[in-house]
Design a protein around this ligand. Structure first.
Ligand SMILES: [Zn+2]
Length: 78
């Protein structure tokens, strides 16, 4: 009878351990605050590269991927 109790405790511990492992191994569900919120994407008016609005250089209603492309699009074409 004593062994039956020990067996029950061990079985309970193994069950608990396995359920915890399953929770850790489960892949993270998309959304629900784990990922950064989506950002607006803009296109560089010079080279056409798409990039987040927060990283773009904006001038005169157009967006550019870098200050260099802003300068190149402003400079007269040769
Ligand atoms: Zn560009």
């Amino acid at each position: 009878m004593k062994y039956l109790l020990v067996l029950a405790v061990i079985a309970f511990a193994i069950g608990l351990w396995r359920s915890r492992r399953r929770q850790q191994a489960a892949p993270a569900k998309p959304g629900r605050g784990r990922l950064a919120p989506p950002q607006d994407m803009v296109e560089c008016a010079h080279c056409g590269l798409h990039l987040p609005r927060s990283e773009a250089v904006e001038a005169a209603g157009s967006s550019y991927c870098s200050a260099q492309h802003l300068a190149q699009s402003r400079a007269p074409r040769r």
